[in-house]
Design a binder for this molecule. Structure first.
Ligand SMILES: Nc1nc2c(ncn2[C@@H]2O[C@H](COP(=O)(O)OP(=O)(O)OP(=O)(O)O)[C@@H](O)[C@H]2O)c(=O)[nH]1
Ligand SMILES: [Mg+2]
Length: 649
C-alpha cells in the first residue's frame, strides 16, 4: 500500500471543499455528500467555516483508492489565509489544482501554480463546475496553457457544458487525437519515445504512453487536465483514477532516522496541544522522546494516524504517513521533529502579511485574557506575529486582510469569550540595506566587554532571498555552537532595523571571528547585535512598502467614475482593455489602499465591479519614511532594544 499526501489548492470558491467531499464519497468513506452551502462538509468543520461557507484552516482527511492511501489536505483559497497553504506545501507528494470552468484561471490560481511548479510538486488540474452556466472548457484550456503551464494535456472531453447533465468522457487508446497529443507532449522529454514513434507509430503501445505520462507527471514536467463537477459528481471517477495512476507515492525509510515536519497545530477539547506531522523518515512511537527546534524535547503521549477517513489511535506513525501527535507542549508550526530536512526551512513561498492592526479589548479587564488568547492563535498561525507595546499598552497582530481580521475577531469572541475592536490598521513595510556596511569588535580590545571577536558585513541581496547567512572565515575556526549563536542572534536582531521594520532581502557575512577557551555562546549572542547594528547603520537602509497587483472588471459606463478613485488611492492602471461592454483594468496599488478600493467599488460600479488583488512586490516608499514604533521589547532606545535581544536569545 502506497501513501500519497495530496493537497487540493485553488482560488477561493473554485470548489475544493466540495470536490473533497465528492472524493470521500466516491471512495466510500462517507455515505452522503455534504454541502458547503448547508455547512455539513467533512473538511469545513469549524463553526466559523460552516457559517461563512469558506475554508479558513487546512484540514486532513483520508481515503483509499486502488492500492493508495490518500491523505488529502483541503486548503483555503482566500488570499487572507495563504499562510495555511504555505504550511502544507512542504508536506505534499502531489497536488490537484482546481480551476472553475466559469471564472477560469484567476489571480490566486496563477500564484499557486507558479509556486507548485517552483517546488516541482506533481500537479493535476481539475476544471470544475462544468455544470454551471458560462462554463467554457476550451477557454479554460487555452488560458491554462498560456498562464499556468505550457505542458498540459486534457485527459477527456467535456459535453453538455452549462447544464446539470454536463459530462466528462475520458480519452482512451482509440482516440487518435489524444494519442498524437500525448506523443507530442511526452517526446519533449523523451527522445527514445519520439524516435520509436517516428519509426513505427504502432510500435509504441498505449501502455507505454500511459507509463511515460505517469513518469513525467511524477516529475512535474507535465500536467494532466480533468473536467468535471464536484456538485454533480461528473468526472470525479476519472480524477480519482488519475490520482492513483499518475501521482507518486510518499518515499522514506520507516527504519531510518526520525524526521518529520509539523504543518498544523490545534488544541483538543481539553486544551491539549495536537501537532500534525508528516513523517519523511523513521517511525515515531508512543512514549518516544522527540527533539524539535534546536534544543526542545518532548515525550509523545498519544498518536493517531490518518487512514480510511479520519484519524485513528495507533501506537506509531511511520515515514510517508501523517500523524497527530500529543504531548509535545512546546511544539510550533513549521518545526521539524527529529532530524531537520535540509530544504528551504527559512524561506517563505508567499509574501508575508502586509497589514498590522492594534487589537483592543472592549472590556479593559479582558486585557490579560486577550493576550493569552492571541498567544494561542499565534501558535496555530505564527505569521500573526503578536507584538506587545508595553509603553503604549497595546497589542498588535499582523494580517493579510479584512476577512482574516473578522475571523480573528469572531474566534476571540466565540472560543475565548473576549470581545475586541481593532484600531488603526497600518501597512507593514520592510527595510533593506542600501549599500554594503561592515563592523567588527575584537576580543580583549576596548570597548568590547565580551570574550568574542565578531566581524560582520551586511549588503543587499535580490528580492525573495530573505536573509542569507554566509561565512568568510573557516567553519572549523570556531566551535559550531558559536557560529550558530552569531547566526541566530543576527536573525533576531534584523527583526527591527534602523526605522523599526524587519530587515530582509540581504546577506550577512561573518568576516572575522575569534574566541578564548573560556568563551561561551553567550559572549557571541551579546556581541553580535552591537556589531550588526553598526554594520547596518554604515550600509544605510531604505524602507519599502508592499504593492499589490490588481485586476478590475468594471462595466464600461462606470470607468469614468472609477479612474479618479484609482488615482486618489495611488493605483496605477495600465491601459484598459475592452471586453464587450466591460473594461478590464490591470495595474498596481499600494497594499495599504486595497481595502478602501474594495469598499468604494460597489457604489462606483452598481455592485458589478469585480476586484482581484494579490501581493506583487515591494517598492521604495516615496516621501516621508514611516517608522515602526519599537514594540515587543519595551525599547525606549536602541541600546535598550539590544539589551533585550541579548537577554532573549
Ligand atoms: N454549480 C456548481 N457549483 C459548485 C461546484 N463546486 C462547488 N460549487 C459551489 O461553489 C461554492 C464554493 O464551493 P467550495 O467547495 O466551498 O469552494 P472552495 O474552493 O472550497 O472555497 P474556499 O475553501 O473558501 O476557497 C459553493 O457554493 C459550492 O456549492 C460545481 O462543480 N458546480
Ligand atoms: Mg474550501
Amino acid at each position: 500500500m502506497r501513501t500519497l499526501n495530496l493537497g487540493i489548492l485553488a482560488h477561493v470558491d473554485a470548489g475544493k471543499t466540495t470536490l473533497t467531499e465528492r472524493l470521500l464519497y466516491a471512495a466510500g468513506v462517507i455515505d452522503e455528500v455534504g454541502s458547503v452551502d448547508d455547512g455539513n462538509t467533512q473538511t469545513d468543520s469549524l463553526a466559523l467555516e460552516r457559517q461563512r461557507g469558506i475554508t479558513i484552516k487546512s484540514a486532513v482527511v483520508s481515503f483509499v483508492v486502488d492500492d493508495v492511501t490518500v491523505n488529502l489536505i483541503d486548503t483555503p483559497g482566500h488570499p487572507d489565509f495563504i499562510a495555511e497553504v504555505e504550511r502544507v506545501l512542504s508536506v505534499l507528494d502531489g497536488a490537484v489544482l482546481v480551476i472553475s470552468a466559469v471564472e477560469g484561471v484567476q489571480t490566486q490560481t496563477r500564484l499557486l501554480m507558479r509556486t507548485l511548479r517552483r517546488l516541482h510538486i506533481p500537479t493535476l488540474l481539475f476544471v470544475n463546475k462544468i455544470d454551471r452556466g458560462g462554463a467554457d472548457a476550451e477557454r479554460v484550456l487555452r488560458s491554462a496553457s498560456e498562464k499556468l503551464a505550457p505542458a498540459i494535456i486534457p485527459m477527456g472531453s467535456a459535453s453538455g457544458l452549462g447544464t446539470r447533465g454536463a459530462r466528462s468522457t475520458p480519452y482512451g487508446a482509440a482516440n487518435a487525437g489524444f494519442i498524437s497529443r500525448l506523443v507530442d507532449l511526452l517526446a519533449d522529454h523523451d527522445d527514445a519515445l519520439l524516435a520509436a514513434y517516428v519509426d513505427n507509430e504502432t510500435a509504441v503501445s498505449y501502455r507505454r504512453l500511459r507509463g511515460e505520462l505517469a513518469a513525467q507527471t511524477r516529475q512535474a514536467l507535465v500536467h494532466p487536465v480533468f473536467f468535471g463537477s464536484a456538485i454533480t459528481g461528473a468526472g470525479v471517477d476519472s480524477l480519482m483514477a488519475g490520482i492513483s495512476e499518475l501521482l507518486p507515492g510518499a518515499e522514506g525509510d520507516v527504519d531510518g532516522p526520525v524526521s518529520g515536519s509539523v504543518f498544523k497545530v490545534e488544541r483538543g477539547p481539553a486544551g491539549e496541544k495536537i501537532a500534525y506531522a508528516r513523517m519523511f523518515s523513521g517511525t515515531v512511537r508512543v512514549r518516544d522522546r522527540l527533539r524539535f527546534r534546536r534544543d526542545n524535547e518532548g515525550k509523545v503521549t498519544a498518536i493517531s494516524v490518518f487512514e480510511r477517513g479520519s484519524a485513528s489511535r495507533r501506537g506509531s506513525v511511520a515515514a510517508g504517513q501523517i500523524g497527530k501527535l500529543w504531548g509535545l507542549g512546546d511544539i510550533q508550526i513549521g518545526d521539524s521533529v527529529g532530524t531537520p530536512r535540509t530544504t528551504h526551512a527559512e524561506r517563505h513561498h508567499f509574501a508575508p502579511p502586509t497589514l498590522e492592526t492594534v487589537v483592543v479589548p472592549r472590556r479593559p479587564a479582558d486585557k490579560g485574557a486577550l493576550h493569552l488568547a492571541l498567544a494561542q492563535l499565534a501558535e496555530q498561525d505564527p505569521l500573526i506575529d503578536l507584538r506587545q507595546d508595553d509603553i503604549r499598552q497595546e497589542i498588535s497582530v499582523s494580517l493579510y486582510g479584512e476577512v482574516q481580521k473578522e475571523v480573528i475577531q469572531a474566534t476571540l469572541a466565540n472560543d475565548f469569550g473576549v470581545d475586541v475592536a481593532f484600531s488603526e490598521t497600518t501597512t507593514i513595510c520592510i527595510e533593506r540595506p542600501v549599500g554594503t556596511g561592515g563592523a567588527a569588535e575584537t576580543i580583549d580590545k576596548e570597548p568590547n566587554p565580551f570574550l568574542a571577536t565578531v566581524g560582520l558585513r551586511v549588503e543587499p541581496a535580490p528580492f525573495d532571498t530573505g536573509v542569507e547567512f554566509g561565512l568568510e572565515v573557516e567553519l572549523g575556526s570556531m566551535p559550531f555552537s558559536f557560529f550558530k549563536a552569531v547566526e541566530d542572534t543576527a536573525r533576531a536582531t534584523l527583526h527591527q532595523g534602523i526605522h523599526g521594520w524587519q530587515v530582509t532581502h540581504c546577506t550577512v557575512t561573518v568576516t572575522r571571528c575569534g574566541y578564548y577557551p573560556s568563551s561561551t555562546a553567550g559572549d557571541f549572542r551579546n556581541l553580535t547585535p552591537l556589531v550588526l547594528m553598526r554594520a547596518l547603520e554604515q550600509a544605510g537602509t531604505r524602507v519599502y512598502e508592499p504593492m499589490h497587483r490588481f485586476r478590475l472588471d468594471v462595466p464600461a459606463d462606470t470607468l469614468g467614475a472609477v479612474l479618479p478613485v484609482l488615482a486618489r488611492l495611488r493605483a496605477v492602471p495600465r491601459t484598459p482593455a475592452t471586453r464587450g461592454s466591460w473594461y478590464l483594468l490591470e495595474g498596481e496599488i499600494p497594499a495599504a489602499r486595497v481595502h478602501e478600493l474594495q469598499q468604494a467599488l460597489p457604489a462606483l460600479t452598481r455592485g458589478e465591479g469585480v476586484l482581484e488583488c494579490a501581493f506583487d512586490h515591494y517598492q521604495p516608499v516615496r516621501g516621508p519614511v514611516p517608522t515602526r514604533p519599537r514594540s515587543d521589547h519595551n525599547p525606549r532606545n536602541r541600546e535598550e532594544y539590544l539589551l533585550h535581544v541579548m537577554r532573549r536569545v
